[in-house]
Design a protein around this ligand. Structure first.
Ligand SMILES: Cc1cc2nc3c(=O)[nH]c(=O)nc-3n(C[C@H](O)[C@H](O)[C@H](O)COP(=O)(O)OP(=O)(O)OC[C@H]3O[C@@H](n4cnc5c(N)ncnc54)[C@H](O)[C@@H]3O)c2cc1C
Length: 325
């Protein structure tokens, strides 16, 4: 019987695990991929918008060459945390579902079953892209994850979206020699785009290096063309690749298999107490960016760094009050 099973070995799961270890709890992290699996799948050349100081957890310094760390420096940091704290992690093991048991919960993975008193859901949002739901979205040339600009050199690339990922991808591909067009639903690049990226993308659009269609939707993707819905009517463009940078959301199918109740508003957040992070299922806690539901731009590593300690304090408190009865 574990005290605590943590689903997800990203920054938040690792943070909870260190707090649990420090408190002497019998914990296990179950991660379906590699350590910090989401970060591993971020664009290869990406730089975080946070400084390494703001990403530091558990009093452990995060050293990077510049103020803002790169993806590979972040991967190095999380690997070092796992190894230095000798965390108890099972990698390449996916949690499939969870049921209440006589005491605590029974958690089923693709490799076995665990009995645990408490569960932490730290599954992030990066596994489930928000789909456009248009014909042709399932063609192999359509990518919901942008990785490396090398792939797109000399190609006609449509970037869908106007947030950070879309602007980063558009600029990087254009700089490596892709012919980049952007389809943007609103009438401007989003205000929340990083302050050093926004003027860059706006200037490239204004000078015509990157062609942007505003107030425009992507209507259909064909093997060698895309159809845009512009204010002047439908427009057919030649196209080799589509980078659909339309955002991500938590895996609601998984939440359902875990039995997590979801708020009935636009945020679609799991129901939890914001002070303790305990959900309406006793002993089941939310951690990290998964807490934000669909409002994925509200929570980051930066502003969820206290989750580990809050959850472990709650578990210890609940254990003491149970013994007291
Ligand atoms: C491109 C990008 C840049 C970002 N830059 C910053 C930044 O500069 N600063 C900042 O503070 N935040 C940033 N964020 C936001 C946030 O930091 C990241 O989303 C971060 O990964 C969140 O950490 P997490 O541990 O909550 O979730 P994740 O890192 O997503 O971790 C969730 C883990 O759960 C695992 N998992 C999911 N389902 C299962 C399952 N069924 N069984 C087992 N394991 C499972 C996943 O494989 C993953 O490893 C960025 C996000 C993106 C997408």
């Amino acid at each position: 019987m574990l005290d605590l099973l943590i689903i997800g070995g990203g920054p938040s799961g690792i943070n909870v695990a260190i707090s649990a270890k420090r408190a002497g709890l019998n914990y296990l992290v179950v991660e379906k991929g590699v350590i910090a699996n989401s970060l591993y799948h971020f664009p290869v050349n990406m730089t975080f918008f946070s400084t390494s100081l703001k990403l530091e957890i558990q009093d452990t310094p995060f050293i990077s060459h510049q103020d803002k760390p790169t993806r590979s420096e972040a991967l190095e940091y999380y690997r070092r945390l796992v190894q230095s704290f000798r965390l108890n992690l099972k990698l390449y093991e996916e949690v499939l579902r969870m049921e209440p048991a006589t005491e605590g919960y029974r958690v089923t993975t693709d490799k076995g079953e665990y009995a645990t008193r408490n569960v932490v859901v730290a599954t992030g949002f990066y596994d489930t892209p928000r789909l456009m739901d248009i014909p042709g979205e399932d063609l192999p040339k359509v990518r919901h994850y942008y990785d490396d600009p090398h792939v797109y050199i000399g190609q006609k690339v449509l970037v869908v979206g106007a947030a950070n990922s879309a602007c980063d991808a558009a600029l990087e591909c254009w700089r490596k020699g892709a012919e980049v067009t952007m389809a943007i639903r609103g009438d401007a690049i989003y205000d929340r785009v990083k302050y050093w990226i926004k003027p860059d993308i706006e200037n490239r659009i204004n000078e015509g290096s990157i062609k942007a269609y505003f107030n425009t939707t992507t209507e259909e993707i064909r093997p060698h063309e895309v159809v845009l819905g512009t204010p002047d009517g439908p427009l057919v463009l030649e196209n080799d690749f589509v980078l659909a940078m339309t955002g991500y959301q938590p895996n609601y199918e998984l939440f359902e298999r875990l039995g997590l109740p979801i708020q009935e508003d636009d945020s679609c957040k799991p129901v939890f107490d914001p002070n303790t992070l305990e959900t309406s299922l006793p002993g089941v806690y939310m951690a990290g960016v998964a807490c934000a539901g669909r409002e994925t731009s509200k929570l980051f590593i930066e502003n969820t760094r206290d989750h580990g300690q809050i959850i472990v304090d709650g578990i210890l408190q609940n254990a003491t009050s149970t013994v007291g009865h």
